[in-house]
Every structure is written in structure tokens, then in C-alpha cells.
Design a binder for this molecule. Structure first.
Ligand SMILES: Cc1cc2nc3c(=O)[nH]c(=O)nc-3n(C[C@H](O)[C@H](O)[C@H](O)COP(=O)(O)OP(=O)(O)OC[C@H]3O[C@@H](n4cnc5c(N)ncnc54)[C@H](O)[C@@H]3O)c2cc1C
Length: 383
């Protein structure tokens, strides 16, 4: 019987799923069981789209269809939290299972603070996340640094600090540090992120800390809530999953890797923010001068949701017929989200003018947080 606080290795008893899954297939198996047992009415997950650089969201009600979602798409920069809003009206009173990275989780917490999502109706299976790579830059990186045609790549993974590809004719891995020093690698917001293990989810699943003969074949599961413990216990009792206590050495290694990732996040924050600080406002004015008023930054922001059209009304924030938007439009948007920006990077990722909006927003949020830090203490929930 699993309990909150347990650390386990878990793996699916379904041999076909084990082949498709990233590690032990525990995430997919738990979501399947949640549907089969009617713990949830639907599952919101991610599946491969056009190619392995393309992650698309999928709402699944048939457990068999979940196998198509197995595996990690490290070039999938999708954020699921705001998408939930699309389903909320149709899901009234129903339960939804979800896979959540740290940013998905933080987005859901912000939506719940605004009474737009009821966390009681969600079962959140968290996946640890060291960061994702933007599809466009992944293609360029594979061509330039790996010397491989990105269309010939059949599999990508991130393991032991390396970005690894399999392609027609072989496989190759390059350390993420080396790639990032050369200007490639993870998205800049992911580099600055310090929520690597999503412990506010019901379960936090990952590959860090899986050792010995279980390496690559089991999922490391940290049980984070009573809801997560109940789901895991029932799935094991139904013989869907097998578990065993995590190797103590593995628990230690996982904690060390997480600690190293925090330090790396701090290093990148220092790097990005100190370069920006001396000319923050001039830089914002210059960069936002490319804004074409498409409003993708608002539409994809999981925090800016209270009155979606307010920023777009010509008489409120922007003058109709003028491009770019007045700098005040962006400054007011930054102010509006300055206490809650989760650094998910969606504003930057979806900006057709490639304005580094997430950098500005995260820098402002981090600066604003300093006023409250003595009162916050050492909170786990840190974006
Ligand atoms: C971008 C990314 C980075 C990761 N980095 C780390 C890490 O540094 N350390 C670590 O311990 N673990 C990391 N993980 C988690 C790890 O890769 C596995 O997802 C986890 O161990 C569960 O394995 P599994 O076999 O049980 O999952 P599976 O049964 O294969 O299920 C995987 C689930 O992940 C979902 N998924 C796939 N890609 C995405 C995506 N881009 N966004 C949201 N959901 C997605 C699928 O919908 C599926 O439900 C990362 C995962 C992702 C997606």
C-alpha cells in the first residue's frame, strides 16, 4: 500500500506499453487505470504530432488510446494549463486526469487561485522536467552541432546531462552544457526554471534516481498526495503496475541532481538578469518595438485570464491602427502579471516577432519577489 512521501520504482505490466514508454510506463499506465476505474472521466495528455519536434494535446476518454501518448517529447514546448480552460465548461462536475510538468502545474495553481479551475476535480500526474528545447532551435542544433539532417532523426532523449539523438545510421549525444555554451539547448526560460520535481502534483514521476537493472525500465515515483497514493495502490492491486521501494542510493542521487539543477537555474538567472539589468527599460522599449499586436502573448499566458479582451480594447490599452503597440501596452501587461508570472515561456515561444517577453517578465517578477522574500522563507513553490 502506497502512502504520501513514499519513493518507489514503478513499471507497467503491459509489455507493449513498456516498449513505447519513456522509462517504466508508470505515467501512461496510471492514467489508463484512472480512466478504466472511472477515477477520471477524461485525460488531457500529449502525443507526437507531425514529427518528433511537434507535441499536440489530446483529450482521451478511451484508455486504449493513451498508448499513443507514451514517451517524452523533449521538443514539446506545449503548456497544458491554459488549455484546461477550453474543457472546463464541458467538464462541469467531471474529473480530469492530466500529465503536468512544473510549468503546467504552476499554471494550474494560478488558475485555481482565480477560481477558474477546481483542483479537487483534477488528478495530476507530474513529470520531472529538466527543460524542453524549442522545435525550431532543436532542428538547427541537430543540423549544425550534430551534423545530422533533423528529418532523419527517429528518436531524441535527454539522459545523464546529454541531448541524444538516434538517426538513420547511428546515434550521437552531446552534453547540454556544451550545447548551451554554443547558444543551443534548452529554452532560456527552462534554464532559469527551478521547479524540476512537481511535488504539488499527486505523483511526481521521472527517471532521475533509477539505478541498476531498473535503469531505463522503471519510473521513479514520489507519492505527493493521498489522492496519488490511492491511485497507485489501486493500480498495483489491479495488477496494472509493479512497484518496489526505490534504492536508497538512487534517492540520494536524485536529490543531488535536483540540487545541481537549482544551482544551474540560479546561474542562468544571474547570467540573463545581470546582462539585462543596466538597460532594462531601454531594452524593453526597443525589443517591443517589433510588436505587431497579434496578442499571442495574452492568449497563451496562463496567468492573464481574468478579462481576456481587456488588453485588446483599443480605448483601453492600445490605439487602433497603430503598429507597433505603444510601449505602455507591454509595461501594463508586465505589471498585471508581475506578481504571478510562472516563467512558462509561452509568451516568448508564441511571439512571431521573437521578442524575449518571458525574460522581461521573469526579471520583473524576480525583482518584485525580493520585496517579499523575508516573509516567504524557504518556500518549495518557486518558479
Ligand atoms: C520535456 C521533458 C523533460 C523531462 N526531463 C526530465 C528530467 O530532467 N529528469 C527526470 O527525472 N525526468 C524528466 N522527464 C520525465 C521523464 O522523461 C518521463 O516522462 C518520466 O520518467 C515518466 O516516464 P514513464 O515511462 O512513466 O512515462 P510514459 O508512460 O512514457 O508517459 C509519458 C507522458 O508524458 C507526456 N508528455 C510527453 N511529452 C510531453 C511534453 N513535452 N509536455 C507534457 N507532457 C508530455 C505524455 O503525454 C505521456 O502521458 C522529462 C519529461 C519531459 C516531457
Amino acid at each position: 500500500m502506497a502512502a504520501k512521501g513514499d519513493m518507489l520504482y514503478a513499471w507497467t505490466n503491459d509489455a507493449n506499453l513498456a516498449m513505447k514508454a519513456e522509462c517504466g510506463g508508470a505515467v501512461t499506465e496510471l492514467l489508463k487505470y484512472a480512466l478504466e476505474s472511472k477515477t477520471v472521466d477524461a485525460v488531457l495528455a500529449v502525443k507526437r504530432g507531425f514529427d518528433l519536434y511537434d507535441a499536440v494535446p489530446v483529450l482521451v476518454t478511451d484508455p486504449k488510446e493513451l498508448d499513443q501518448c507514451a514517451g517524452s517529447l523533449h521538443c514539446g514546448t506545449i503548456l497544458l494549463s491554459k488549455l484546461v480552460m477550453e474543457y472546463v465548461p464541458k467538464m462541469a462536475g467531471k474529473k480530469l486526469g492530466m500529465v503536468v510538468k512544473g510549468c503546467d502545474l504552476m499554471g494550474l495553481l494560478e488558475l485555481s487561485k482565480r477560481n477558474l479551475v477546481n483542483l479537487d476535480n483534477l488528478v495530476m500526474i507530474g513529470v520531472n522536467c529538466g527543460g524542453s528545447v524549442s522545435p525550431v532551435s532543436a532542428r538547427k542544433m541537430i543540423k549544425d552541432k550534430f551534423g545530422v539532417d533533423p528529418d532523419k532523426v527517429t528518436k531524441e532523449e535527454i539522459d545523464k546531462g546529454q541531448f541524444i539523438i538516434e538517426y538513420e545510421g547511428g546515434h550521437k549525444g552531446i552534453s547540454i552544457d556544451e550545447l548551451e555554451e554554443a547558444g543551443y539547448g534548452r529554452r532560456s526560460n527552462c534554464r532559469r526554471c527551478k521547479l524540476k520535481v512537481p511535488r504539488q502534483a499527486d505523483l511526481a514521476c521521472g527517471n532521475w534516481g533509477v539505478l541498476g537493472d531498473k535503469a531505463g525500465k522503471a519510473t521513479f515515483v514520489e507519492v505527493c498526495s493521498e489522492k496519488g497514493a490511492a491511485l497507485l495502490t489501486k493500480a498495483v492491486a489491479a495488477k496494472k503496475l509493479t512497484t518496489e521501494p526505490a534504492n536508497p542510493k538512487g534517492i540520494e542521487i536524485r536529490a543531488k541532481v535536483e540540487g545541481a539543477m537549482f544551482k544551474l537555474g540560479d546561474k542562468w538567472r544571474k547570467h540573463d538578469f545581470s546582462a539585462l539589468a543596466p538597460t532594462l527599460w531601454e531594452t524593453i522599449a526597443r525589443e517591443t518595438g517589433r510588436c505587431m499586436k497579434c496578442y499571442a502573448c495574452i492568449d497563451h499566458c496562463p496567468v492573464c485570464v481574468t478579462s481576456p479582451d481587456k488588453f485588446k480594447q483599443p480605448d483601453q490599452m492600445v490605439r487602433a491602427g497603430f503598429i507597433p503597440a505603444d510601449p505602455m501596452f507591454h509595461l501594463r501587461r508586465f505589471a498585471h502579471i508581475s506578481d504571478s508570472c510562472i516563467n512558462c515561456g509561452q509568451c516568448e515561444e508564441c511571439c512571431p516577432s521573437e521578442i524575449p517577453l518571458a525574460l522581461f517578465s521573469h526579471a520583473i517578477r524576480t525583482e518584485a519577489d525580493k520585496f517579499f522574500e523575508p516573509k516567504l522563507g524557504k518556500a518549495q513553490y518557486t518558479n
